[in-house]
Design a protein around this ligand. Structure first.
Ligand SMILES: Nc1nc2c(ncn2[C@@H]2O[C@H](COP(=O)(O)OP(=O)(O)OP(=O)(O)O)[C@@H](O)[C@H]2O)c(=O)[nH]1
Length: 317
């Protein structure tokens, strides 16, 4: 399956809301009136797109089509165009979907270090495995740091993934300071000339200040070893939690200085619109999306492709 079909399939639940409801609201041949626009506004809100973006889209439809006969393709074109403006109008670079390094701020010298954080169960370990696999497949030498030393199962899970992928992993026994694991992984990466170090961290709530402080310690340790590290601080958010993700992101950001979001479980969510307020309100870009439980259900986030997939009316494979 190509990138676009995979994205479309992953977005199926969100697309279902839009496609089914929109077909009920916008009947070809009828006249577009305020009541129809209001119903469509409610549909957009159900995808967790946020009031700001939904209002902008409906305003654009009103300006261009109010009082005119409904031609679905024309409405669709207006919606797609407006949403693309919202997602790309801030001058952000468009990342290349085929290249997992494209959203990554690479180290000038030595290995590039990625710190990955998130609340328990958001899909952090799985996302790290997917990211490592994606980079490995692109010819990068990856070292994983199993710095979730609280949960033996997390270390086992990551070790299993590293074997499947064929990449290096650094583990230590339970209870060891996670910063020591991160340190050892950076050391190994330098010795073997690895391109990338990905640090897994224990899932934590943003209210657990001692655990949040520990993230600060990991950052201090790795930045002493490798200039500019961590070069990316990626926060994994679960797309099924919708708007709750926004508060998680701002809290994590104050401890781990997040530079990007990995939005997992987009396939399990009817709230795929959450991509929009994350980008609009937090100023932290979504860099990767998780689209399923398999190791290759993962992509670089490309806003234009996302909008096309969300509003594509062709059948989903
Ligand atoms: N459908 C779907 N499931 C996912 C995705 N990413 C992760 N999962 C599932 O989510 C569950 C939790 O994933 P983990 O990777 O163990 O989550 P975690 O955040 O590392 O968990 P902790 O180590 O407890 O903090 C697993 O069942 C994964 O298979 C995704 O993109 N789509």
């Amino acid at each position: 399956m190509g990138w676009f079909d995979k994205l479309k399939t992953g977005l199926k639940k969100t697309k279902d809301i839009l496609n089914t409801d929109v077909r009920d609201v916008f009947k070809p041949g009828e006249i577009l009136d305020e009541e129809k626009l209001e119903r469509f506004f409610a549909d957009l809100i159900r995808t967790d797109m946020g009031v700001k973006a939904a209002t902008a889209i409906v305003d654009e439809l009103r300006t261009k089509h109010l009082g005119r006969t409904i031609v679905l393709d024309e409405l669709w074109e207006t919606i797609r165009g407006k949403l693309k403006d919202i997602l790309t109008g801030d001058g952000e670079t468009e990342w290349e979907i085929e290249n997992p390094m494209s959203p990554i701020n690479m180290a000038e010298e030595g290995p590039t270090v990625l710190l990955v954080t998130g609340v328990n169960g958001v899909g952090k370990t799985t996302s790290i495995a997917k990211l490592a696999n994606y980079m490995h497949q692109n010819g990068k030498k990856v070292v994983l740091a199993a710095a979730d030393t609280f949960r033996a199962a997390a270390v086992e899970q990551l070790t299993m993934w590293s074997q499947r992928i064929g990449c290096e992993i650094v583990t230590k026994e339970s209870g060891v300071d996670p910063a020591a694991v991160a340190h050892a992984a950076c050391q190994l990466a330098k010795e073997i000339n690895a391109d990338i170090v990905i640090i897994d961290t224990a899932g934590r709530l943003q209210t657990q200040t001692n655990l949040m402080d520990q993230l600060g310690k990991i950052v201090r340790v790795v930045e002493k070893q490798i200039p500019g590290a961590p070069h990316e601080s990626l926060l994994v958010l679960d797309a099924t939690t919708g708007q709750n993700g926004i508060s998680q992101a701002s809290n994590f950001s104050s401890y781990a200085n997040c530079t990007g979001i990995v939005l997992s479980k987009l396939d399990g969510s009817a709230k795929g619109g959450i991509v929009v307020p994350i980008r609009q309100e937090m100023g932290i870009p979504v860099k990767f999306v998780g689209l399923g439980e398999q190791i290759d259900d993962f992509q670089v986030f490309n806003p234009a492709l996302f909008v096309d997939a969300l509003f594509d009316r062709g059948d989903v494979a």
